[in-house]
Design a protein around this ligand. Sequence first.
Ligand code: GDP
Ligand code: MG
Length: 368
Amino acid sequence: GENIVVSELAKLMGVKATELIKKLMLMGVMASVNQAIDADTAVLLGGEYGIEVKVKFLTEDDLIPVHDDKEEELTSRPPIVTVMGHVDHGKTSLLDRIRQTAVAEGEAGGITQHIGAYEVKMEKGTITFLDTPGHEAFTTLRARGASVTDVVILVVAADDGVMPQTKEAIDHAKAAGVKLIVAINKIDKENANPDMVRNQLAEHGVISEDWGGDYQFQEISAKANLHIEDLLERVLLEAELLELKGNPTALAEGIVIESKLDKQKGAVATVLINRGTLNKGDNFVVGTEFGKVRAMFNYKGASIKEAGLSVPVEIMGFSGVPQSGDRFVVTPDEKTARQVADLRSDEARKKNFAEKSAVSLADLFNKI
Ligand code: GDP
Ligand code: MG
């Protein structure tokens, strides 16, 4: 901030606070020990004692300690997958099918609560799926500078082939440097033609491994439940090649993938953890909001006490509703969380003010 509390300044100057208050009074400034004075006054006050007061505005970097993860701190983490493809090619059917597989593992009740992402635990590893089919999750999050996807499953219907949104998905994935896996869907259909799909995709530079390219292809049927596990195993294989890693011991960080105001829970958001481990009670800042993790829930709606790397988790305890795409960062304490949020609110206000001033100035010139 741009102010300093009298007692803090007194400590820094090595002068008694009561002494400073007297001096301030002589300068025409009425302030008590716990009140803040502005930077200019602090500089003048320092001058009275022959002390040079330097004003340094705190930035986020001062408040949130930067920690570069060391190689030995890293462990492998589950891949985060988005399903993309042309409308009606079977994205939703595939996501539903995989979710069923995930829940079927001896759990009654299924998923009572939808949080925008879910985990699939298999013998060979875990996969996190973003539950928003199509381009929304991927493109809106990316437009906001957040990258949450490691692997894109490109669904192409075997009876329809490459369509405009198929090409779009290829372009998005390439631009983002995200690995593609092709799921040729609807192979149960009589008029299915997987080789036509292979040919068309090859024309767009997506050549399957069995044709000498470096893309994994899997023929599936979401509807007839064919080869879904094979597809999931390919995802895990791809993840292994990508050597996805993270530091599980750091203060947690993540990306908001959805948020809302819940009647019972207040402001809640689903966050995908991509660094550290989030614990109940952790203080955090996200955009211009801050808070403390009061409760968290996994994708099944069960209350959990901690969430690790690549885990999607619904969090309660925000000062207000954050925006999807916002970066969620755990701070060492509550004060820091507030300070960073305040700093950002100040910035936003200043920016807003500058924009408004620019507009009114323009109006003025127009009138002249
Ligand atoms: P989305 O628009 O990509 O999400 O596509 P949907 O999952 O909504 O599927 C569109 C239609 O294709 C629906 O009528 C599905 O039942 C059907 N469909 C999806 N997968 C398959 C499949 O593997 N085989 C067949 N025959 N139909 C499928
Ligand atoms: Mg759909």
